[in-house]
Design a protein around this ligand. Structure first.
Ligand code: COA
Length: 182
């Protein structure tokens, strides 16, 4: 899978050789407010391994050919059905046949270059190919950048949920984007 985007962003599937760059992006991105989390390499590895066990797991990186192929963004998701055993309450809140975005981060040095948007584009294409009727995603309720992005991409607010993430308790806002048949 390969998708070219403006600013020469190439989105492709995550491979083990990307781990160091991806761990660095996740640690930097989630150390920022409003998250204020501290992710060790081991915790990142555990998270990636865990996502990979789920149905239709999709782990993507965004690479920049104009910057020596630097990995500048990462996103991971899966079909939501296998996530319900971890968060059973969600079953009553969101469409069952959804694609679920678990994690997304862009390197702080490469923001506002539509890297997250390029990742979203590939994710949406995959969700449609899987026959999903919606994409479900969440963020910290105080994450203005991500909420702005949700609005721009046609997501609607679904509900709040309190969760512990990276060892910190936070209020999460869930969003749902309905995928129209094309
Ligand atoms: C949220 C995040 C992934 C966005 O990545 P990005 O590559 O900079 O986003 P994009 O360039 O694709 O932005 C797309 C649109 O989202 C909105 N947006 C993104 N960042 C924004 C910001 N800081 N302030 C306001 N709007 C913002 C804008 O509408 C933007 O379009 P525009 O630049 O044409 O106006 C990035 O800020 C990040 O990694 N944050 C820390 C980790 C995190 O919060 N991850 C999301 C967890 S759910």
């Amino acid at each position: 899978m390969d998708a070219k985007h403006e600013h020469s962003v190439v989105v492709e599937e995550y491979r083990d050789e990307h781990f160091n760059e991806v761990a660095d992006i996740i640690a930097k991105a989630f150390a920022e407010p409003p998250w204020n989390e501290s992710w060790t390499r081991e915790e990142v590895r555990h998270k990636l391994d865990e996502v990979r066990t789920h149905r239709n797991a999709l782990l993507l990186v965004a690479r920049l050919p104009g910057h020596g192929n630097k990995i500048a963004g990462f996103a991971a998701g899966q079909h939501i059905s296998s996530f319900f055993r971890l968060e059973p309450y969600l079953k009553d809140k969101v469409p069952e046949n959804s694609y679920f975005l678990r994690i997304m981060a862009v390197h702080p040095g490469f923001r506002r270059m539509h890297i997250a948007s390029a990742l979203q584009e590939v994710r949406e294409k995959t969700a449609r190919e899987l026959g999903c009727e919606a994409i479900v995603a969440f963020t910290h309720h105080d994450n203005a950048a991500r909420v702005r992005m949700f609005e721009r991409e046609g997501y609607r607010f679904s509900h709040h949920h309190f969760g512990v993430y990276g060892g910190v308790e936070s209020k999460h806002s869930y969003f749902v984007k309905r995928l129209e048949r094309q």
